[in-house]
Design a binder for this molecule. Structure first.
Ligand SMILES: Cc1cc2nc3c(=O)[nH]c(=O)nc-3n(C[C@H](O)[C@H](O)[C@H](O)COP(=O)(O)OP(=O)(O)OC[C@H]3O[C@@H](n4cnc5c(N)ncnc54)[C@H](O)[C@@H]3O)c2cc1C
Length: 419
């Protein structure tokens, strides 16, 4: 199909681009989808630990809230295509969905591949021509109008081009940030790109000793120069370099900003359900009831096994000291560690390891109701390439699907009215 003209060209066959291409074709446009990787939806296939957390059943305002201030931009797209529409879409494509803890919605099959394959089928059904292994290197504009793209030395012409190249993380899935350069080449402002959901590297040598420990129902608080600036309750994980897991990822963007401003720490409250009085009472009781036991074995009753030696060492209480000999000061030190296990944050992991890229095409240059560029006629921009990013929980994919659907819909409408 090289060189053949189309009405709509979609650049990038990820979550957003496949939805855009499928929708534009469904509305009657002749569509060409160009994807640089050998297959469609490489990133989608590894989302949600291979299970693909498609979206979330939070209501609209709460949903938007997970994107921070820029989330307001999404009201336009979400009012046209939102959670119920997405679930209905996957149902129709033979991939029923289920809601789990925290309102997270997954394919009932538990297979991200099913979601990606359904989107590929959607494109196929509408007659979208797909070219994989085709990296777009240039946008072609004629005056202030889109005219097509260049890829691998070939020119593909179309009056409407949808840019859906994703962010700049997990480059092995194809998301290498090409779209930022392409959008900038036709005049778009790119808000500096940085990691949004990214694990954090800590300084203390004892952190990696707890590698693999996953904590539920804890509270992590982010400190900048000693003052609390953000806090999250939920699950987290110790790794060989530091901290990861949902609440750490959620705090990570703020941590990145804080790292440019001063000294950054994370404190973990291991017993957030207990007040100070209750926690102290619990420790007194444990120490009293098991007076003859070694301190270490009392600590064992309080935290996961792999944390015991670390906490004992940090408490500076001899591991084999009998519980009834523990002084008030020693008990207070243990109390302090359980209430606020403090770690120094040294850095974010590199951008390529981010779940989502923050920054991107400036939102005031894109029409939120159509996703059309306000600078170039016929150029549409959707998905993670835009300057929107959210917490974990399915929000990012819904944004990619919704903006893709709306861009495809609007691009198809525009080529039809243009004749
Ligand atoms: C490990 C991991 C797990 C995740 N899990 C979840 C989850 O469970 N739920 C959730 O909501 N979000 C999750 N996300 C985030 C989510 O995957 C992304 O936000 C989403 O995929 C963005 O969709 P997109 O279509 O904009 O970009 P992408 O899905 O990245 O697709 C962009 C496509 O464009 C192609 N491309 C790039 N440049 C060019 C070019 N020059 N020419 C042609 N093609 C090009 C790429 O190869 C790629 O296929 C996860 C991310 C990661 C990395």
């Amino acid at each position: 199909m090289a060189g053949m003209d189309s009405q709509v060209i979609v650049v990038g066959g990820g979550a957003s681009g496949m939805m855009a291409a499928g929708r534009a074709a469904e509305r009657g446009a002749s569509v060409l989808l160009l994807e640089k990787m050998p297959r469609l939806g490489s990133k989608l296939r590894i989302t949600g630990k291979g299970r693909c957390n498609l979206t979330n059943d939070a209501d609209l305002d709460a949903f938007i809230g997970h994107f921070g201030p820029n989330g307001r931009f999404l009201y336009g797209a979400f009012s046209r295509f939102f959670v119920a529409d997405l679930r209905e879409f996957f149902d129709r494509m033979g991939v029923p969905t289920v809601a789990e803890r925290g309102g997270r919605i997954f394919p009932a099959s538990g297979e991200a591949h099913d979601a990606a394959d359904a989107l590929a089928r959607y494109c196929q059904k509408g007659g979208v021509r797909v070219r994989t292994r085709t990296a777009v290197s240039r946008l072609l504009a004629e005056g202030e109008r889109m005219a097509g793209v260049e890829a691998a030395g070939e020119t593909f012409r179309a009056p409407a081009v949808i840019l859906a190249t994703g962010g700049a993380s997990y480059p092995r899935t194809g998301s290498t940030g090409d779209g930022y350069r392409l959008a900038a080449s036709v005049g778009h402002t790119i808000v500096p790109v940085r990691a949004a959901l990214i694990p954090l590297v800590t300084a203390e040598a004892w952190v990696p000793q707890m590698m693999g420990v996953s904590l539920r129902n804890v509270r992590a608080t982010l400190y900048l120069d000693g003052s609390a600036v953000a806090s999250e309750f939920g699950e987290m994980l110790f790794t060989h370099f530091g901290l990861s897991g949902p609440i750490v990822l959620t705090l990570s963007k703020r941590a990145g900003e804080a790292l440019e401003q001063g000294r950054v720490e994370i404190g973990v409250d291991l017993k957030p359900a207990l007040s100070d009085e209750q926690l102290d009472a619990r420790l007194r009781r444990d120490l009293d009831q098991h007076g003859k036991r070694a301190f270490r074995s009392v600590v064992k009753g309080l935290v996961p096994a792999k944390m015991v030696d670390v906490l004992v060492a940090l408490s500076e209480v001899p591991a084999d000291k009998a519980a009834h000999q523990i002084s008030a000061a020693e008990r207070k030190r243990l109390f302090g560690l359980l209430r606020d296990l403090r770690m120094t944050v040294r850095a974010q992991r590199p951008l390529r390891e981010a779940i989502v890229t923050a920054g991107g095409v400036a939102l005031d240059e894109v029409n939120p109701r159509t996703l059309e560029s306000r600078l170039v006629w016929g150029l549409y921009i959707c998905g993670e390439l835009l300057d929107v990013d959210a917490d974990t929980g399915g929000y990012n994919l819904q944004a990619a699907f919704s903006t893709g659907w709306v861009a495809g819909d609007a691009a198809a409408a525009s080529v039809r009215t243009d004749g």
